[in-house]
Every structure is written in C-alpha cells, then in structure tokens.
Design a protein around this ligand. Structure first.
Ligand code: 3PG
Length: 209
C-alpha cells in the first residue's frame, strides 16, 4: 500500500479532484488537466457520474492514473474496483474500509483528521493518509505537530487548498501530495472554460518546490 501510493501520489505531488455533473464534461475536463501537466486525478462518487467517469477514462485515457474519491463504505469500495479505479480515497476511516484496503488489488488512502484516527489506521499497517478537511483541522500547523509522534507517516492534505496556500503545504516534509478542487473550479467546468483549468494546473505545477 505505502509503496504503491508513494509511486502514484508522491510522484504526482498534485491530486486534482473531479466531481462530474454532466457526462459531456468527463473527457474535456480530463484532457484539460492532462494538457496542464496532470496525470493522476481523483474522481468523486459525489455525483451519479462518478462511476461512469472512472470507467470511461480507464477505457479512453489509459495514460492517466484514475483514483476514486468519496468512497464511504464497502459497497462503494467494490463498485470503484469494478469500474477500474487505480487507487481509492476515503474522507474518513472505518474498520470496514481499512480492512477492505488491506486485501484490495489497488491501494487505499484513508482519510484522517485526528491522532486517534491515525493510530487506528496505523494499527492496520497504513502509513499514508489523506488529511481531511485539511484547512479546518489545522492545515500546515497540524501537519507540523503530526510530524513529531508520527515520523514515518506522510499525508495528502485536501480540503481548502488554494493556489495561495499550496506552497506552504508542499514545503512540508510529511506531505506527499496536495489534493482538491482548486484546479477544477465548478464555475470553469460549467462554462466549459477548459483553458482556465489547464492554466490553473500549470500555475500549480509551477509552484512545486
Ligand atoms: C476532497 O474531496 O478532497 C475535498 O472535497 C476537496 O476540497 P476542496 O474542494 O476544498 O479542494
């Protein structure tokens, strides 16, 4: 799990989150991200188009690495595996999800917000977590404190990350990648302003240390 997530996410460094509201947005949005230099992205199950989007992109854009996000329970975990997701992200941690992640053919990035949740995941063997919602639970300051007791853990913070605070997250030694929707603003998707999305990806990648 740890090794695969390091290969996928620590190399990508940025994890754009796509919530698809229109079927016709799936390919152009993915292409806009790819044109901006993105290869790894997360598609949420927050809309009915989540699962179809994972399937479509796996078939039509095999060069991309497609994760599934907002996976809440075992049934959804199985459905994203069936759709071809290459990694799974959950907003929080339950014993059910952590257990499934151990036997899964693709890695799980479980969500945590507190030291107790980190310890629960730690007991299962997890060493990589999504910190969510990052800005609400202390952001960079929380990550700095977590680096004390949890020195072998790295995070993918998400929730409230913007172009302005992105550099401070990426500067943290225990941040493997930063995720969120700042590269895929709904206003740009609704307006089919793909150029803006490509530009946001380029600006974000230019901020990598
Ligand atoms: C996620 O699913 O990771 C978050 O909802 C992204 O949060 P953001 O919209 O604040 O970037």
């Amino acid at each position: 799990n740890t090794q695969t997530l390091d290969n996928l996410l620590a190399q990508a460094r940025l994890l754009p989150v796509m919530s698809i509201r229109r079927e016709s947005d799936i390919l152009p949005l993915a292409d806009a991200l790819a044109a901006g230099g993105i290869r790894t992205l997360e598609i949420t199950l927050r809309t009915e188009w989540g699962l179809p989007a994972i399937k479509l992109l796996r078939r039509e854009r095999p060069e991309l690495c497609i994760g599934a996000g907002t996976v809440l329970d075992g049934r959804q975990f199985q459905s994203v595996l069936d759709a071809g997701a290459q990694f799974v992200v959950t907003p929080g941690s339950t014993e059910e999800l952590l257990t499934l992640g151990l036997d899964s053919p693709v890695p799980l990035l479980p969500g945590v917000a507190t030291p107790s949740e980190i310890l629960m995941g730690y007991r299962f063997g997890y060493r990589r977590f999504k910190l969510f919602p990052a800005e609400v639970v202390g952001g960079v300051t929380a990550l700095r404190y977590f680096s004390g007791p949890f020195h072998d853990i790295r995070f993918c913070p998400s929730g409230g990350i913007t172009l302005s605070n992105l550099p401070s997250y990426l500067a943290m030694a225990n941040v493997m990648a930063a995720g969120g929707t700042w590269m895929t603003p709904q206003s740009a998707v609704d307006a089919q302003d793909w150029t803006r999305i490509t530009q946001l990806c380029r600006e974000s990648l230019a901020l990598l240390p």
